[in-house]
Design a protein around this ligand. Structure first.
Ligand code: ATP
Ligand code: MG
Length: 392
């Protein structure tokens, strides 16, 4: 099916106004669209660059009507927006990805169940609804394990590692027992992966799809810290990841931008950690290093334009600025020493309050060679780690 192209000048709606919503808004505006941002948090950065801003609860009936009247199509910036709202909007406007896809993805158990039942490789997992059965669930997948809330987690929140039997009681007390009735969790085998990878897949309404180069990701305390592109190592792995990504999104019948987070095992085999139904932090490099960014693709798919040709213009290494990193960087000495590093492109998210573990911005290092970009990203990270002792 060919989608009808929504003319530039029209309003596109985005649910969620964090940095991803803001980057979508910037890309949409560059293509001549106006954007209506709906995020209950009035401080969400995308509100400040939106043409229309709705800082109102997602269950506000009047806002549903006003928003629907205004926009020609809707997308979202993260998977924790209410699927019910997407379903209601979808009665009158195209929403992409669809509420049916969102429903599958936003529940970790549903998502892993979908993947496993379609023969896609995932870590061994099981569901948990009764806190007292944690020991049994872990026994099923084996030690060490990781227990995650089935819904609403991000940046490693709501996750606990269970390395040995004595951890079971601790997790029950800290996470499971205080939870409200009806909570569900997923217990997964903790995978001794060699490295983490991610692959962006874009799929249009006509079923055409494209993928971006494979990224290698490093996390710190469950939060993405660095993405390297193209992922070093064998191109066979990149090919397998791209094929897997396309197959999963085809099977989902997903329309939009998707990211598969992957674990590479020492054997070279790939397991799917999770799917994001939206642009991904590990794809931020596409803004500075690709012909068409992941956000422009989101605009294109939402507005029914053909997908953009993906071409990597430069190797890239992206470093996230987390919590106080941004203060270190923006102090005079930090700014002069760190932003002077060749190839550094700075993005700050305009979040009014710095909190520990909060993503405040990122820096993409570009270079003619991968090692040029990587060495400068390392120099930058070493400088950040020196923090307040940094001298000009
Ligand atoms: P994000 O928002 O960063 O994607 P998240 O809160 O959605 O994170 P996950 O992606 O499931 O959660 O987990 C965060 C990180 O924890 C993973 O990138 C990985 O480093 C580690 N992790 C999660 N599940 C496993 C697992 N089964 N085995 C090994 N490590 C894991
Ligand atoms: Mg993840």
């Amino acid at each position: 099916m060919k989608a009808v192209v929504i003319e530039p000048g029209s309003v596109l709606g985005v649910l969620g106004g964090g940095q991803l919503g803001a980057m979508f808004t910037l890309a949409a505006r560059r293509l001549g669209y106006r954007v209506a941002v709906w995020d209950p948090d009035p401080e969400a950065p995308a509100h400040r660059i939106a043409s229309h801003s709705f800082p109102l609860p997602f269950n506000d009936q009047q806002t549903i009507t006003r928003f629907t009247d205004l926009v020609r199509a809707v997308t979202y910036e993260w998977e924790n927006v209410p699927a019910e709202l997407c379903r209601a909007l979808e009665q009158q406007r195209p929403v992409c990805p669809s509420s049916a896809v969102l429903r599958v993805i936003q529940d970790r158990l549903g998502q892993k169940g979908f993947l496993a039942s379609n023969g896609f490789p995932v870590p061994p997992f099981t569901g948990l609804t009764v806190p007292g059965q944690l020991a049994m669930a872990v026994a099923e997948v084996g030690y060490p394990a990781i227990c995650k809330t089935a819904t609403a987690g991000y940046d490693g929140k709501g996750q606990w590692k269970i390395l040995r039997e004595s951890d079971v009681r601790e997790v029950e007390l800290a996470l499971l027992e205080p939870a409200r009735p009806g909570m569900r969790w997923i217990v997964e085998s903790l995978i001794p992966f060699e490295r983490e990878l991610s692959i962006l897949v874009v799929r249009g309404a006509d079923g055409e799809s494209c993928t971006y180069p494979l990224a290698e990701n490093e996390h710190e305390e469950g939060i993405l810290r660095t993405s390297k592109v193209p992922a070093p190592g064998s191109s066979a792995v990149a090919e397998r990841a791209a094929i897997l990504g396309r197959q999963v999104v085809d099977r989902l019948e997903g329309i939009g931008v998707f990211c598969l987070e992957l674990f590479q095992l020492p054997s070279g085999a790939l397991l799917i950690n999770e799917i994001a139904p939206r642009p991904h932090n590990s794809g931020h490099y596409t803004i500075d290093a690709c012909t068409v960014s992941q956000f422009e693709q989101q605009v294109r798919v939402t507005s029914g334009m053909p997908l953009g040709e993906v071409r990597l213009l430069s190797p890239a290494v992206m470093v996230n600025l987390i919590g106080e990193d941004v203060s270190v960087l923006m102090k005079d000495a930090g700014c002069r020493t760190l932003l002077d590093i060749p190839g550094a492109v700075l993005h700050l998210y305009d979040k009014p309050v710095i909190r520990p573990r909060r993503k405040m911005g990122h820096v993409t290092f570009l270079g003619e060679s991968f090692s040029f970009a990587l060495n400068h990203a390392r120099q930058f990270r070493d400088g950040l780690a020196k923090g307040p002792t940094l001298s000009a």
